[in-house]
Design a protein. Structure first.
Length: 83
């Protein structure tokens, strides 16, 4: 492993070592809670606009068909922090 790889691992580790500020992303309109679940969120932006903190923590992706023919993207997030 070279220095570039180590820096990337350190950056990823800092993402997982700090709690995700879900309320901030909800207030910014990036995500909203899916029904009454704690780890599933509706995504309100394109895949290119997803913040790295959210994309690194994503562990599930579901497309749910609505009655009007459109689809809703539901994202499962790993909200656990590591030491």
């Amino acid at each position: 492993m070279d220095a570039k790889d180590l820096e990337e691992l350190k950056r990823i580790n800092t993402i997982f070592s700090t709690p995700l500020d879900v309320d901030r992303y909800i207030s910014e309109g990036v995500i909203s809670r899916y029904r009454d679940t704690k780890t599933k969120f509706i995504l309100h932006c394109s895949k290119d606009e997803i913040p790295e903190e959210i994309s690194r923590r994503a562990n599930k992706l579901e497309l749910i068909q609505n009655k009007d023919g459109t689809s809703t993207t539901v994202l499962g997030l790993n909200l656990k922090t590591s030491k």
